[in-house]
Design a binder for this molecule. Structure first.
Ligand SMILES: [Zn+2]
Ligand SMILES: [Zn+2]
Length: 128
């Protein structure tokens, strides 16, 4: 799969701090920097299983619940990454401490879930 042509979704530099547990930093081709914590990434895991679970959660919490919002129940142990590998040039696969490793985070998706306010407005605002 070729890299997306959109420079906002093209990584210039990727650092994954697996050992320190500090999360992941991406500098994008447009100069924007994103930081992701591992629990945040775990909650937004794009695999079919987690997608299904979020759908159920969203249905349970009723209308007004943000489908992309991170769900962080307090009883859940904080997810850590055991390892992370690049998948071709388009994605990163993270192996989490809870044994989950089916999530493949494409850069396209990662830019979309960047936790900063600007990206929230740019990629996740719902048009009225
Ligand atoms: Zn998953
Ligand atoms: Zn951002």
């Amino acid at each position: 799969m070729p890299l997306p042509l959109d420079t906002r979704k093209k990584p210039a530099d990727v650092e994954i701090h697996v050992t320190s547990g500090a999360g992941m930093d991406i500098t994008w081709a447009d100069g924007h920097q994103s930081h992701y914590d591992f629990p945040y990434l775990r909650d937004l895991c794009p695999c079919a299983l987690c997608d299904e679970e979020r759908r159920k959660d969203a249905a349970l919490s009723g209308p007004g619940a943000a489908p992309l919002g991170p769900v962080l129940p307090m009883y859940k142990p904080k997810a850590k990454a055991k390892s992370a590998v690049a998948v071709g040039s388009y994605a990163i696969q993270i192996h989490f401490s809870d044994g989950h490793s089916t999530g493949i985070y494409s850069y396209d998706y990662l830019r979309t879930i960047c936790p900063c306010e600007a990206c929230k407005l740019e990629f996740r605002s719902t048009p009225q």
